[in-house]
Structures are given as structure tokens and as C-alpha cells.
Design a binder for this molecule. Structure first.
Ligand SMILES: Nc1ncnc2c1ncn2[C@@H]1O[C@H](COP(=O)(O)OP(=O)(O)OP(=O)(O)O)[C@@H](O)[C@H]1O
Ligand SMILES: [Mg+2]
Length: 510
């Protein structure tokens, strides 16, 4: 009896203790906090956060966050992401237990934002319910499918000779002011009505340059399918560093949903510089050109995330057009060689061609697409195979003929033909060609139709020939080109006939 009484009161006491323990622990949230010891140039040193993990987000006063970058036994180095001017030594720093993430979703389409997910276009808040971490694993090799579909840039010289496929990484490189951004922007504009979502990531650019790009995209209706992520040159290096990763996570969200996505990084030179600055401030050992040793890993882990997913995973794709600025045409500098080896090809823009007014200034001999050829529309293959060879041969002969050498008939023919190929490949930056338009011109070129036209008339004749694709009697033919069907000899004849009649006026007036 006494035993029973004792047992029940013991049970009661125990359950009361358990209840109050649960209540007590529910209201308790352990916070690990430390103290800022120094703040300098976008970097803070913090002591007293022994449990912090690499890449963890650290909360600081004034609504500033930082990323734990260097973890030493007695202090950690944090890269600051916001306005750090009000932070000072002695301020409190707290662990958050999470990594940096970015809002993702349809609400971002048509918007201009910064890497922290703050809108920059004054069009109200971004209502995104989902977020993705900035650093994510690249898709596994078994999850990838080959690159098989073309991504038309609308620029004839690229689509014909250096084609880009969906899921490919194609580097755009060249000296300053050679039209690198123009190639990327044209490609975005050309995706109108093609169900390709675009992400333009401006890294460390002048605000006025970005404003110009956004205005252009908006004016041409391209913002309907484009997201612009911006960091300016005067933003903290930490923000510039994370922007490429934030843009990739945003693009990946759509790729994983099954969409085709195009991402432009403009440019990764600024990205590498921001990373170098952070690394030097954190006293990491500098290597070649003072870049840290893991700069190759930085860009390869970024660009490996672009791919074409298998159909079982939705079949989405992420095509990357990273841009790099070279100094004095030196494409064998550290960052350009790194990126050339990471990507599946490069489009090299030459300042010499730019000065000569050959625009876009694509240097065909130094440009290559390592996978795009397999993804090019079938109709191109039979037409373009000889053109590249003819053109490269012409360039060699041209430099030779500058020495005043007398040329034989055969060489003069090659030069005559090459000059016309070059004239046809000239294209104004906002003037885009569809695949059927390009094929009309390329066919006529390959057949030597332009060779008998005076050089100054080649360009207007080319535009006319391109437009003649609209007059093709067989409307089905245009459809077959776009649907990636092979063209028959009869199709070629029909196109050549249309090209011939379009050129008549230029021949007659000679
Ligand atoms: N195909 C083209 N036809 C006519 N003008 C062009 C063409 N491509 C580029 N341009 C002009 O050349 C200039 C430089 O172009 P762009 O800004 O694209 O070069 P960039 O290499 O990106 O320059 P930066 O090094 O400053 O980033 C611009 O004024 C642009 O309008
Ligand atoms: Mg540019």
C-alpha cells in the first residue's frame, strides 16, 4: 500500500519534471556567438566561434551577413556581403547554422536583382517561396545526356562555323571593347519565342553599362524570359564573388524543372579578380599572377554545373556563355588558359578585326566548338564543311599577298571567294538571322554565287538573299530546317533558285 502510494507520487513527480523539462528546452535556443576583432576591406576577423563550419553564414550587426571563409584554430576570416562601414571591432557575431542561399522561382523572370535576392528595378518585392543554396554539387556523370540540340545565337558566323549546343559551355574571350558582351546579348535576344530562359549575370561592371543592357533587353521584349543579376564594380568583393554562384543556382532551378536555360557570366575576369582580392586579404598563399591556388577549382566547379540532363530527370539544359577579357591579345595568360581548358570551346574576338570594321570580330582560326558540331541543325552540315576550310585558306593567302606577291589564277580565286565569305559574315550587333535565312546565304556562298558580284554589293545582296527565305514556295522546307531534318538535293535547288533571283538586281547593275 505504502509502496503503491510512493510509486504513484514518484511517477507524478517524474512526469511533472519531464513536462517542465520539455517546456524549458523548447524555449531555449543556443546561440554560439563571437566577437569581431578586425574589419578591413570587406573582410572581418572573428574570435570565439569554435564550432563554425566552412561556408557557414555568420550574422553581424546592422543586418550584415558574412561567409566563413578561413577557419583557423583561434580566429575565423569572414567575407562580408553587405555595407560593412558601420561594423567595428568588438561587435557581436553569431552563427546561423545555415549556408548562403538565394530565392528562386518564376517570380524572378523579368526582374533585376542582386545576389542577396534584393530587387534593383523598383518593381516591388520578389515573392519567391523557394530558396536554393549558392554552392551545389554539379550533376553526376550518369545524370547527364549528350549535347544534341543547337542553341541558335542568330549570329551567322557562329551558328555556321562555331555552333553552340544546348548544355554546352562556350567561352567568349577577347580584349576590352571587342564586342564580347554584344555576342552574348544578341544570343539572348535571339531566344525570343524559342522557350529558352536566360540569366544574365553582370559581375563587377559599371552601373551605366548594366543599365544600358537592361534597357536594351527590355526594349526588345527580351526581359519577358530573362533574369538579370547584378553586382557593380564598387560592390564588396564578397558580393561579386557569390554573384556567379547565385546566378547559377537560379538557372539550375529552371533546368531541374525541365526547361532549357542560357546563362551569361559577364565577366569571369572580374569574378577571378574579386576572388583574388579576398584570398590575398585573408592571407592565403598567392600563386601565378597572384591568384590563389584554387582558382581553377573555383571556375570548374561553377561551370561543371552547366549540362544537359537525361530525359528521366526532366531533360532540361543549362548552356553557359562565360566571358573573359584578355590583355593585349594574350590568350595564354593564366585565367584564359584555365577557362579554355574548362569549357567546350571558345569564340575569340580579335581587336585587329574590330579595328578593320569586320564585325562581329570573330577570329575563325582561333575559335572552336568542341561539341556544338554534333548539335548543329542537320541542314548546315553539308553546306558549312567547306566554308571554314576555304576561309582559313584565304586568310593565309591574304597575309601572303600583302607582300605584293603576284598571284596565280587559282590563288586569286581563293582570295576573291574568301573576301566574299568575310563580307557575308559581317553582321550588325542587333541584326539577327534565323536558321533558314542563314542557310540561304551559306548555300549561295558555298556555290560561289557571290563570287561574281562586286565586293561592295555583297553585303546588301546577302541581306536580300537571307530575306528571300520568306519567299520560298515550299513553306514546308523552312519548317524542315527548323525541325532539324536533313535537306534533299531538291531542297537545295529550290533554295538556290530563290537566292539566284534575289541576287539578280545586284548582278545586272554591275
Ligand atoms: N556586330 C557589331 N556591329 C556593330 N557594332 C558592334 C558590334 N559588336 C559590338 N559593337 C560595338 O562595339 C562596342 C563594344 O562592344 P561591347 O561592349 O559588346 O564590347 P565588350 O568587349 O563587351 O567591351 P568591354 O570590354 O567594355 O566589356 C560597342 O559600342 C558596341 O555597340
Ligand atoms: Mg562587355
Amino acid at each position: 500500500m505504502i509502496n503503491n502510494l510512493l510509486k504513484t507520487s514518484l511517477d507524478k513527480a517524474l512526469s511533472t519534471i519531464e513536462k517542465s523539462r520539455q517546456l524549458y528546452s523548447a524555449g531555449l535556443k543556443p546561440v554560439e556567438s563571437g566577437v569581431i576583432t578586425t574589419v578591413l576591406n570587406g573582410i572581418a576577423k572573428i574570435s570565439g566561434l569554435p564550432g563554425v563550419e566552412f561556408d557557414e553564414l555568420v550574422k553581424l550587426p546592422e543586418d550584415v551577413y558574412g561567409i566563413a571563409f578561413n577557419i583557423d584554430p583561434d580566429e575565423i576570416g569572414v567575407v562580408l556581403l553587405g555595407d560593412y562601414s558601420k561594423l567595428q571591432a568588438g561587435d557581436k557575431a553569431e552563427r546561423t547554422g545555415r549556408v548562403m542561399d538565394v530565392p528562386v522561382g518564376d517570380a524572378l523572370i523579368g526582374r533585376v536583382l542582386d545576389p542577396l535576392g534584393r530587387p534593383l528595378d523598383g518593381r516591388g518585392p520578389l515573392n519567391c517561396s523557394e530558396r536554393l543554396p549558392l554552392e551545389r554539387m554539379a550533376p553526376h556523370i550518369m545524370d547527364r545526356a549528350p549535347v544534341t540540340e543547337p542553341l541558335q545565337t542568330g549570329i551567322m558566323v557562329i551558328d555556321a562555323l562555331i555552333p553552340v549546343g544546348m548544355g554546352q559551355r562556350e567561352l567568349i574571350l577577347g580584349d576590352r571593347q571587342t564586342g564580347k558582351s554584344a555576342v552574348a546579348i544578341s544570343t539572348i535576344l535571339n531566344q525570343r519565342g524559342k522557350h529558352v530562359l536566360c540569366v544574365y549575370c553582370a559581375i563587377g561592371q559599371r552601373a551605366s553599362a548594366v543599365a544600358k543592357v537592361v534597357a536594351e533587353l527590355r526594349e526588345k521584349g527580351a526581359m519577358e524570359y530573362t533574369i538579370v543579376l547584378v553586382t557593380e564594380g564598387n560592390d564588396p568583393s564578397g558580393l561579386q564573388y557569390i554573384s556567379a554562384f547565385a546566378a547559377t543556382s537560379i538557372a539550375e532551378y529552371f533546368m531541374e524543372r525541365g526547361d532549357d536555360v542560357l546563362i551569361v557570366y559577364d565577366d569571369l575576369t572580374n569574378h577571378a579578380r574579386a576572388y583574388r582580392e579576398l584570398s590575398l586579404l585573408l592571407k592565403r598563399p598567392p600563386g601565378r599572377e597572384a591568384f590563389p591556388g584554387d582558382i581553377f577549382y573555383l571556375h570548374s566547379r561553377l561551370l561543371e554545373r552547366s549540362t544537359h540532363l537525361r530525359d528521366e530527370l526532366g531533360g532540361g539544359s543549362l548552356t553557359a556563355l562565360p566571358i573573359i577579357e584578355t590583355q593585349e591579345q594574350n590568350i595564354s595568360a593564366y585565367i584564359p588558359t584555365n577557362l579554355i581548358s574548362i569549357t567546350d570551346g571558345q569564340i575569340y574576338l580579335s581587336p585587329t578585326l574590330f579595328e578593320l570594321g569586320i564585325l562581329p570580330a570573330v577570329d575563325i582560326a582561333q575559335s572552336v566548338s568542341r561539341v556544338g558540331g554534333k548539335a548543329q541543325l542537320r541542314a548546315y552540315s553539308s553546306v558549312t564543311s567547306s566554308l571554314k576550310l576555304d576561309y582559313v585558306q584565304f586568310e593565309e593567302l591574304e597575309s601572303f599577298s600583302r607582300f605584293g606577291t603576284r598571284l596565280d589564277e587559282a590563288s586569286r580565286k581563293i582570295i576573291n571567294h574568301g573576301e566574299r565569305i568575310r563580307e557575308c559574315f559581317k553582321q550588325d550587333e542587333l541584326f539577327l538571322f534565323s536558321a533558314p535565312e542563314q542557310l540561304m546565304v551559306l548555300l549561295a556562298l558555298a556555290e560561289g554565287y557571290f563570287d561574281t558580284i562586286a565586293l561592295e554589293k555583297v553585303h546588301p545582296a546577302m541581306v536580300k538573299v537571307g530575306n528571300a527565305s520568306l519567299d520560298l514556295a515550299d513553306a514546308d522546307l523552312v519548317q524542315r530546317i527548323v525541325e532539324n531534318k536533313e535537306l534533299s538535293a531538291a531542297d537545295h535547288d529550290a533554295m538556290l533558285q530563290a537566292a539566284d533571283s534575289a541576287m539578280k538586281q545586284f548582278r545586272d547593275k554591275q
